[in-house]
Design a protein around this ligand. Structure first.
Ligand SMILES: Nc1nc2c(ncn2[C@@H]2O[C@H](COP(=O)(O)OP(=O)(O)OP(=O)(O)O)[C@@H](O)[C@H]2O)c(=O)[nH]1
Ligand SMILES: [Mg+2]
Length: 631
């Protein structure tokens, strides 16, 4: 377990840690010279019986609250230090507010410098502190008079700290360590230190630095100041890392060392925000703030999601829009300080680390956020019933640091089904199928001479509008279940087909033979009309119907090509290299300049080629529009 000090400057935090552990946590030259703590200090006390207490000693100076926060976010219990000589001071209050906003409910108050106060004064101070604690998560915490000079109360404090219990951080999820220091160790290389917030880190693990994404392999590690093979959640670790692009400069306080599964930095955190009751003004929408999460510290803005002002002492849903991406997971605590970093104004808990940039405050999204506030086991049942109707399971797993198997178990318990990475309720899938089949049925009735609908048209025609990726998953699911069919580029019902009458079928046979014989220079509508003695409009109508069936393509007015021939011509154009002329293309097809240009203009219109001056190039992702080239 890790205990963090808290309290006003000069109240004796560092002296007390030294009395408890024998270690002077003030290690910087400037700290020694000025007699104050500037940055975080660390000390461990071995109790001889295998048990150990770890301390993070923080600065009390008002200008170094940001450093205090980098340490406070990783601790399990608070050691609030109040000088018996001075009593409650501004950073006593601010540090306590921070402990409260972090939800820390384990802690002890040390009434330091007891040697400087008489019994009456001590009793008075204890009463003051008790009142101050009473409205916080540390309500009822024990208050113990101590002196670092005489040693009074130090042993009692130590044994009381041991009764606070184990770290509450779970080792079940993927590994995650909040970096608070990075330095070069001669002969070893880059070393980072920090608190393991989740999972386990082992020697040999391949991890990532987040948000940078740099690869980092664990060469060796120390857990709680001792060489070890593995570091667990709740322990402070030092990791000796190696990686291709890794350097001391590439790592900073606030980064996370994570299992690759957890690397998903975000700059929009949807949170439940609580404004401190001590604030004098309501919080306005889009207020700038200093935002602290884990050991990270970034600037950002607060977008209020339900209302334009938040009253002191109240809570609401908000989106923190950060100036830069950080690593964050659901449940992470956030501390917000005002734009000039003079005081703590609010605290927050992350509800969704992947806040949407748009539609963040629609009723639908707010309902979703309310569902996301449930505990792990109740989130999926609630979420699956929301209007969205689906859950992106990979994202859900990352946000809550759950392994895939755990997500699937929760989905099963929620009565859900997994379809291509999304979770649905059976009734949602059934409704989606009815919608799909019903929409196609109406379409076939209204347009009996069309084969089917392009997928994107179908998606926007459905009663329920799915995001494209979800729709693709549903469509694939229904194709596999044979409730719909994909034919070329069109979706249709399996029972629906287009048939030509006997006369048309006979005419098409002859036309098809002509189109095959002169495939790059096929006869036009008028030619067929003359050759076969059929009225021009009838030939045109037949060929247009065949186009809908996906057999021919009208490349220019009345100029039809067989569909596979179009694919072949695309392949030929593509084979001409990056910049080709119409003449080069014509030479390959040997079909005359005029027709070659009509074909290239058709390609231009469909984005298959891009034209600059007299030169064209093909667009790789558009080449498959007419299917694979034959042969
Ligand atoms: N008489 C007396 N003096 C103390 C005691 N504890 C600390 N001091 C003195 O108080 C001064 C400040 O102590 P520190 O431990 O550095 O205080 P701190 O809370 O760590 O200060 P910051 O880290 O700068 O916020 C030092 O001069 C200590 O010697 C105590 O129990 N009795
Ligand atoms: Mg100190």
């Amino acid at each position: 377990m890790i205990v963090g000090t808290a309290g006003h400057i000069d109240h004796g935090k560092t002296a007390l840690v030294k009395a408890l552990t024998g270690v002077d946590a003030d290690r910087l030259k400037e700290e020694k010279a000025r007699g104050i703590t500037i940055d975080l200090g660390y000390a461990y006390s071995d109790l001889g019986d295998g048990r150990q207490l770890g301390f993070v000693d923080v600065p009390g100076h008002e200008r170094f609250v940001h450093n205090m926060l980098a340490g406070a976010t990783g601790i399990d219990a608070a050691l609030l230090v109040v000088s018996a000589a001075e009593g409650i001071k501004p950073q006593t209050v601010e540090h306590l507010q921070i402990m409260d906003l972090l939800g820390l409910d384990r802690g002890i108050v040390a009434l330091t410098k007891a040697d400087l106060a008489n019994d009456d004064q001590l009793l008075e101070r204890m009463a003051e502190v008790e009142t101050l604690l009473s409205s916080t998560s540390l309500k009822g915490a024990e208050i113990i008079p101590v002196s670092a000079i005489t040693g009074q109360g130090v042993d009692e404090l130590k044994s009381k700290l041991l009764t606070l219990g184990e770290s509450g951080k779970g080792t079940a999820g993927h590994a995650r360590l909040a970096v608070d220091r990075c330095f070069l160790l001669p002969g070893a290389g880059v070393v980072v230190t920090g608190t393991v917030h989740a999972g386990e880190i082992r020697v040999g693990d391949h991890l990532l630095l987040s948000p940078s994404g740099l690869e980092a392999r664990v060469r060796s590690l120390h857990a709680q100041n001792r060489a070890a093979e593995v570091g667990h959640a709740g322990e402070r670790c030092a990791l000796n890392l190696s990686g291709a692009r890794l350097s001391k400069e590439a790592v900073k306080r606030g980064d996370w060392v994570v299992s690759p599964d957890l690397h998903a930095p975000s700059d929009r955190l949807d949170v439940e925000l609580k404004l401190l009751a001590s604030e004098e003004e309501p919080l306005k929408h889009w207020s700038p703030a200093h935002i602290h999460l884990g050991a990270a510290h970034v600037m950002g803005r607060i977008a209020l999601l339900d209302g334009d002002r938040l009253m002191p002492g109240s809570s609401c849903l908000a989106q923190l829009v950060l100036d830069e991406k950080i690593g964050a997971l659901a449940g992470d605590r956030v501390i917000l300080r005002d734009a000039s970093a003079l005081r703590t104004i609010a605290g927050a808990a992350v509800v969704d680390p992947f806040g949407p940039p748009r539609n963040r405050r629609t009723p639908r999204r707010l309902a979703e956020l309310r569902a996301l506030r449930h505990p792990d086991t109740a989130v999926l049942p609630a979420l699956l019933r929301e209007e969205a109707g689906h859950v992106d399971l990979a994202r859900f797993g990352i946000a809550r640091n759950l392994r895939a198997a755990e997500v699937e178990r929760l989905l099963m318990e929620a009565g859900g089904t997994k379809v291509a990475g999304f979770g649905f309720l059976a009734e949602t899938l059934a409704a989606a199928r009815d919608d799909l089949v019903g929409t196609l049925k109406s379409f076939h009735e209204a347009s009996p001479d069309a084969l089917g609908l392009p997928p994107e048209r179908l998606r926007v025609t459905l009663k329920k509008r799915w995001p494209p990726a979800v729709f693709a998953a549903l469509l694939e699911h229904e194709v596999a279940a044979r409730s719909v069919t994909i034919d070329g580029a069109l979706v249709r019902l399996p029972g629906h087909s287009l048939t030509l009458g006997a006369k048309d079928e006979a005419l098409w046979k002859k036309i098809a033979a002509d189109l095959t014989r002169e495939r790059f220079k096929p006869p036009r509508v008028r030619d067929f009309a003359e050759t076969y003695g059929v009225a021009e409009p009838n030939v045109r109508k037949l060929l247009r119907q065949l186009a809908k069936l996906g057999r021919v393509v009208e490349v220019a007015p009345d100029q039809f090509f067989l569909r596979p021939v179009v694919a072949e011509m695309i392949a030929i154009a593509n084979g001409l290299g990056s910049d080709f002329t119409a003449a080069q293309f014509r030479d390959k097809l040997d079909n005359g300049r005029k027709l070659a240009i009509l074909i290239l203009e058709f390609f231009d219109r469909h984005g298959i080629t891009i034209r600059r001056g007299d030169l064209r190039r093909t667009v790789p992702q558009k080449l498959g529009q007419y299917g694979p080239a034959p042969g």
